[in-house]
Design a protein around this ligand. Structure first.
Ligand code: NAD
Length: 498
């Protein structure tokens, strides 16, 4: 059995806690590896390595820090096929989709190649007589990232790339469901010239997370995962005096106006609803057609496409959608589909009976479509995180707008229309962090920032973009005087520049 340990001080080390978790091939349901769950000693070893290496790294000029990322970007590109296959083998998503996962993370590494410019402070010459004022952006010291299973390349890169580029050492605690790609990324960073101890991967579960949240030497924590854990991480880290950002779950709506191009809308919904088996925090899980006629056309066009979805293992290049991550995730989604039926939603396409010859123990569910879903139903309120799309019919644009506005979550939202006025009004008024206009998955590029509102994010700075440099650095403002004029004597009033 393949054993996955930790990556500490520039090398792979075995776990010593005696605790392990199973890593599965989601297409077959078989155990493919066992991953070590870190003890407090393993975490302490990673922090000791980080502490020893960080001052020297922070003192390395930013151009040299950037060069490590230039080489890392090149290495990822050269290892793309190997990384994508490894990612798919543990996550289950198609290889093409895994490439997208890696590429969106790679873009963050490309972005931080600009760290010499990004980390510059501000300077005011002559803020007062003989006085100059400037700000520095200094690393927090040791940062930590706790990541979910669904983007095992992109989300670790959201965090460790800006943190390390800015001069921090980093402890990454990836999801225990698919830890191999994060481990490979750490190896590739080392191959790119990153000094040992700057990037450490500590595999684990809640116990390891609690160790991170309680550790005095960790200055900032970034979390991405489900909302209940995000709330817990946010509250605990804040209580322990750490800087913290915590991103949670989602329920992303797509408003379909009567004037929308129906073919494009349906294609967009297919990809955004069923790509990656719906296991994306930016997946569209609710379609809101405006008007009965729009709704009828939409459901009629969607149903045959969902029935024709090519569902299969990542190893089949024809697959459009793979299995869910675990048996437990599969069972949870199946029970939510049962609940939707009990709640009175109309099950137009039922994915519960899906079976694939040779993969009977895989965690597959067929694409599922509910119509006539209403806001009081659990299947509307809860994040399903599976290949299940709910249609909520709205009578008017205003009624449609109210739905995402009133929902607990606020990650992403989209509107499909040909009317610029409506689209502009929607983007202005909707209380959601990322908005797509005729774009179903409006995940911003690395040089903008990613983050939801409401119960989808806790904390005030987003992932990547200039926000990430702010999150992983502290501002120090220096006021300096080199007086050449007359003596002023002691001043007892509050100093001003007057
Ligand atoms: P999860 O919350 O179960 O796990 C996330 C991380 O928290 C993992 O590293 C896990 O080991 C750790 N963890 C799990 N239980 C814990 C506990 N009780 N105490 C402390 N730590 C714990 O999430 P997941 O199932 O891996 O990922 C799916 C979720 O992540 C979905 O809700 C999805 O919407 C969300 N997500 C959000 C974003 C975003 O940017 N908002 C992006 C991707 C995924």
């Amino acid at each position: 059995m393949r054993m996955i340990g930790h990556f500490i001080d520039g090398k792979q080390v075995a776990g010593t806690s005696g605790r392990h978790a199973d890593v599965f091939n989601p297409a077959t349901g078989e155990i493919s590896a066992k991953v070590a769950l870190a003890s407090a000693d393993n975490l302490d070893a990673a922090i000791a390595a980080a502490r020893a290496a960080q001052p020297q790294w922070a003192a390395t000029n930013p151009q040299r820090r950037a060069r490590v990322f230039f080489r890392f970007v090149d290495l990822i590109n050269r290892h793309m096929d190997e990384l994508a296959a490894l990612l798919s083998s543990e996550h289950g998503k198609t290889v093409e989709d895994s490439r997208g996962d890696i590429l969106r993370g790679l873009e963050v590494a490309e972005f931080v190649c600009g760290i010499p410019h990004l980390q510059k402070g501000e300077f005011t010459e002559g803020a007062g007589p003989g006085i100059d004022m400037y700000s520095l952006r200094q690393p927090v010291g040791i940062g930590a990232g706790i990541t979910p299973f669904n983007f095992p390349a992109m989300i670790p890169l959201w965090m460790f790339a800006p943190a390390i580029a800015a001069g921090n050492a980093f402890i990454l605690k990836p999801s225990e469901r698919d830890p191999s790609v994060p481990m490979r990324l750490a190896e590739l960073m080392t191959e790119a010239g990153l000094p040992q101890g700057i990037l450490n991967v500590v595999n684990g579960d809640k116990e390891t997370v609690d160790g991170i949240l309680g550790h005095d030497e960790i200055g900032a924590v970034s979390f991405v995962g489900s909302t209940p854990i995000a709330r817990y991480v946010y509250a605990t880290a804040a209580q322990n005096g750490k800087r913290v950002q915590a991103f949670g779950g989602a329920k992303n709506h797509m408003i379909v106006m009567p004037d929308a191009d129906m073919d494009k809308t349906v294609d967009a919904l297919m990809g955004a609803g069923y790509g990656s088996a719906g296991e994306r925090c930016m997946a569209i899980s609710v379609a809101v057609p405006v008007g009965e006629e729009t709704a009828d056309r939409l459901v009629a066009a969607l149903a045959p496409k969902i029935e024709a979805l090519k569902i299969g293992p990542y190893s089949d290049a024809q697959s459009e959608m793979g299995p869910l991550i675990t048996k437990a995730a599969q069972e949870r989604v199946l029970s939510l589909i049962d609940r939707g039926v009990q709640e009175g939603a109309r099950l137009v396409v039922d994915g519960r009976g899906f079976k694939l010859q040779g993969y009977e123990n895989g965690h597959f569910i067929g694409g599922t479509l509910f119509d006539h879903v209403t806001p009081d139903m659990d299947i509307y309120r809860e994040e399903i995180f599976g290949p299940v799309l709910s249609v909520v019919r709205a009578k008017s644009y205003d009624e449609a707008l109210e739905l995402p506005m009133k929902h607990e979550y606020g990650n992403g939202v989209a509107i499909f229309t040909r009317d610029g006025d409506t689209a502009r009004d929607f983007a202005t008024r909707v209380n959601i962090g990322m908005v797509g206009i005729n774009v179903p998955i409006p995940t911003p590029m690395a040089y903008h920032s990613f983050g939801g509102w409401k119960a989808s994010a806790f904390g005030d700075l987003n992932q990547h973009g200039t926000d990430s440099i702010k999150f992983w650095t502290r501002t120090k403002t220096v006021t300096s005087r080199w007086p050449s004029g007359a003596k002023e004597g002691a001043q007892f009033a509050m100093p001003t520049m007057e």
